[in-house]
Design a protein around this ligand. Structure first.
Ligand code: UD1
Length: 435
């Protein structure tokens, strides 16, 4: 069995170039299905979820070549539109293939997605939105099957020739700014014969990057980064080359690692503006932060003692739910009583049990965790329950007394190229082992 072994009590110090973003790369890879021309993505993270997405794209008929951080995808023809359960079950983000498959072929089918177990994770917003675009969707026996009744519209449009008449506007309102639903709808709408206005859209930087990629491919999109996005669909989209943005969550993980160990971390290839929500919280906790927007670096120096804080996770530009578990580790070390309210996912406190076993004093009531700081954490053997909980356990190991082991690395590898490599570069006493 593989595990990460980490010896606590050493400050994290040094410089690191942050990996490309998982949450940006996955929808950008899916968007390659919208064109028959080649799409090249630079700086793709070499992580398990990206490998699963490569397999899914190959399955539907795309040619996929991966050379280090570069992935070239060419979906000249799409031969399969029903995704295989064994791949879909590995990654919840498989759902973002629905939009591009439908837009390109008029058909898509899959069983319900897998991924991290952090809540119910319904797909109603995807389904309702795609229905508003005119697709007919059946959800039965754990599977979703979608078809385009727009073929008639397409034929008519082709008969009159030229661009779609963006007169009839379809409006879609998302009752929650779902990242995946916004991305799915953006992709489906970009290759449609309609004008579509999405309100209540997600404002995450990864959504904005997908939108920019679609613009480069020829899509007409306005309002990226805002809660109202307008798309005027095109008949065809062209190939493009894009560089994937840096991973905000990996960056936040290593900044928090610096904060919990009394360290000093300089991260490169990171956008301070995109990372503002976490920087603001770390600053409030007493960390000294400097950054450079143009040169894309962030420097964090930890204080003697972290200050208590109350944080609520929210969609961007709020504090990201994906960093909640790591922040909780920092709050175990802070002075005073802190609280975290998790408002995005309903079951995202699975790391609490592991932290308690290490000596943390945390109580949970519904969506709110109260953390009594100043704990001296003790090393333990821990089992990652999901991707970000696993990362938090590694951070807990860094700031506890003794040697901890974190098992179930398959969760962590879904999102981090190698936490042990990165943290070793930052001076941690850490290694990956095989029993
Ligand atoms: C994306 C990120 C994930 C992050 C999450 C929230 C990717 C690949 N993953 O996931 O890392 O934790 O955003 O920032 O980008 N919801 C519904 N109905 C739906 C869809 C979502 O009720 O149809 C709810 C979910 O249950 C959840 C909330 O909306 O409570 C947020 O989910 P969403 O933004 O869709 O997350 P993902 O796109 O799956």
């Amino acid at each position: 069995m593989e595990y990460i072994e980490v010896e606590g009590g050493h400050a994290i110090q040094g410089e690191l170039a942050v990996q490309g973003s998982k949450n940006a790369a996955l929808p950008m890879m899916a968007a390659a299905l919208l064109t028959s021309q080649p799409v090249v993505l630079e700086r793709c993270p070499q992580i398990e979820d990206v490998r699963v997405m490569c397999d899914l794209l190959r399955y539907v008929g795309a040619e996929v070549e991966q050379q280090g951080e570069q992935i070239r995808i060419c979906a000249k023809r799409i031969s399969n539109t029903r995704l295989p359960s064994e791949l879909v079950a590995k990654m919840r983000s498989s759902i973002i293939l629905m939009g591009p498959l439908l837009a390109r072929t008029g058909k898509a089918g899959m069983c319900f997605p897998g991924g991290c177990v952090i809540g119910a994770r319904p797909i109603d917003l995807h389904v309702t939105g795609l229905r508003r675009l005119g697709y007919s969707i059946a959800v039965e026996e754990g599977c979703v099957l979608a078809e385009s009744p727009l073929q008639a519209g397409r034929a008519l449009w082709q008969k009159v020739g030229g661009r779609p008449q963006c007169g009839a506007v379809s409006r879609i309102h998302l009752r929650f700014p779902s990242v995946g639903a916004t991305e799915n709808l953006l992709m489906a709408a970009a290759l449609s014969q309609q004008e579509i206005v999405i309100t209540g859209a997600a404002r995450e930087p990864e959504v904005r990057q997908l939108g920019r990629m679609l613009q480069q491919m020829g899509a007409e999109i306005e309002g990226l980064g805002s809660e109202r996005i307008r798309i005027c669909g095109c008949e065809t989209l062209q190939g493009t080359t894009c560089r994937v943005m840096s991973d905000r969550i990996a960056a936040g993980t290593y900044l928090i690692a610096g904060a919990v160990t009394g360290g000093d971390v300089l991260l490169h290839h990171v956008d301070p503006v995109d990372n503002f929500p976490v920087l603001q919280v770390l600053e409030e906790m007493g960390c000294h932060i400097s950054c450079h927007e143009k040169q894309q670096w962030i420097h964090l120096r930890a204080p003697e003692m972290l200050k208590r804080i109350s944080v609520v996770t929210r969609p961007h530009p709020g504090f990201p739910t994906d960093l909640q578990a790591m922040l909780m580790v920092a709050l175990c070390k802070a002075g005073g009583v802190s609280s975290i309210e998790e408002t995005v996912f309903e079951d995202r406190f699975r790391h609490v049990e592991a932290l308690r076993r290490m000596g943390a004093r945390i109580t949970v009531q519904g969506s709110r965790a109260t953390i009594r700081g100043g704990s001296r954490l003790k090393a333990a053997d821990l089992w990652a329950t999901d991707l970000r909980a696993g990362a938090a356990m590694v951070l807990a190991g860094l700031c506890s007394e003794g040697v901890s082991r974190v098992y179930n690395l398959e969760h962590v590898r879904r999102g981090y190229e190698s936490m042990s490599r990165d943290l070793l570069a930052l001076g941690a006493h850490i290694k990956e082992c095989l029993d």
